[in-house]
Design a protein around this ligand. Structure first.
Ligand SMILES: CCCCC/C=C/CC(=O)SCCNC(=O)CCNC(=O)[C@H](O)C(C)(C)COP(=O)(O)OP(=O)(O)OC[C@H]1O[C@@H](n2cnc3c(N)ncnc32)[C@H](O)[C@@H]1OP(=O)(O)O
Length: 307
């Protein structure tokens, strides 16, 4: 037999209008209290977070903030930081927060992949190291594709390489007017990653995407906003205040509705994005072993070149 809850049953069969109204109120409040326990947070109730070596992760007022924390290296992402971001996203996907924010500590948002990652290994070890790193990169990018609630980038300063491409998988990008957006892949003998070979042409059209991803044009925050990569630009001196006030207001929206709406918009593309990610990683694996890329890394390490 089909079973309906008592308030709903009363609502359906009750002849008395007053009782029906009361039953409706009971039903709504029983639903809202169960959704509160699974996906909303009481302000200030969820500050404790796991310790990471390269990240500072905090949760407050329904927002989990994942802050890249290698400011003396311009927040370059090394192997350990990739793994920590994967873990932090996994934890944030299950916590009580409504929104998750990625940002950087210091004057940079992030200078991209750590170019010293391949130093100190022998020629015999390089192929295996590259393969392992690319397996990790695929998991890293998939954790953005799979992230179930709104993921917002608060771009506090310049962003380079993978820190830029991954923005195409974020749900909103707020940038300081001091931020710049640079994907110097050809300069480094590399190729696009983070699903940017698919998301960037969709966001800005193929010609503008190629200007960034192939010819390495560095964009100002205003230019990135005009191309649709950035949602909104704020003056640097009021950036933090304005953005966090905005996010706090958004975090008060009904959590389930926000999460479900994000999923309705994003889920349709998931299979395509997994395939794009796998293809980009396979191409990048070859690129990382190329002389063009090895020479660029050697030049950076020997201080002969920076961007
Ligand atoms: C996981 C598998 C592989 C995935 C491969 C994907 C790659 C995609 C990418 O991300 S490509 C982009 C790579 N990034 C760069 O090319 C940036 C390199 N850095 C620079 O050009 C400059 O450092 C700068 C323009 C970002 C900043 O210049 P500035 O003069 O302001 O500061 P410094 O150069 O003195 O930097 C301070 C210290 O930070 C170190 N550092 C900066 N970026 C990186 C980096 N990407 N990797 C490693 N280290 C970086 C820099 O070396 C300085 O360190 P030091 O004080 O010890 O000398």
């Amino acid at each position: 037999m089909h079973c309906i809850s008592r308030p709903l049953r009363d609502l359906v069969i009750c002849p008395n209008q007053e009782t029906a109204r009361q039953s409706y109120v009971d039903l709504v409040s029983s639903l809202s209290s169960s959704s509160m326990s699974s996906s909303q947070v009481k302000p200030g109730a969820d500050r404790k977070q796991q310790e990471y070596e390269n990240l500072v992760v905090t949760s407050e007022d329904g927002i989990t903030k994942i802050m890249l924390n290698r400011p003396t290296k311009k927040n370059a992402i090394n192997t350990q930081m990739y793994q920590e971001i994967i873990l932090a996203l996994k934890a944030a996907s299950k916590d009580n927060s409504v929104l998750t924010v990625l940002t950087g500590n210091g004057d940079y948002y992030c200078s991209g992949n750590d170019l010293t990652d391949f130093s100190g290994i022998t020629a015999g070890e390089i192929e295996e190291k590259v393969k392992n790193n690319l397996d990790m990169l695929r998991v890293f990018v998939n954790s953005f594709i799979d992230f179930p609630k709104p993921l917002i980038a608060v771009v506090n300063g310049p962003a380079v390489g993978i820190a830029v491409t991954i923005l195409g998988l974020c749900d909103a990008v707020y940038a300081s007017d001091r931020a710049t957006f640079h994907t110097p892949f050809s300069h480094l003998g590399l190729s696009p990653e983070g699903c940017s070979s698919y998301t960037f042409p969709k966001i800005m059209g193929p010609a503008k995407a190629i200007e960034m991803l192939v010819f390495g044009k560095k964009l100002t925050a205003e230019e990135a906003c005009a191309r649709g990569l950035v949602t909104e630009v704020f003056p640097d001196n009021t950036f933090q205040k304005q953005v966090w006030a905005r996010l706090k207001a958004y975090s008060e929206f009904p959590a389930n509705s926000i999460r479900i709406s994000k999923q309705v918009i994003r889920n349709m593309e998931k299979e395509k994005l997994y395939a794009v990610n796998a293809e980009e990683c396979s191409v990048l694996q070859e690129r990382l072993l190329s002389n063009e890329c090895i020479n660029a890394a050697v030049n950076f390490l020997s201080r002969k070149a920076k961007l």
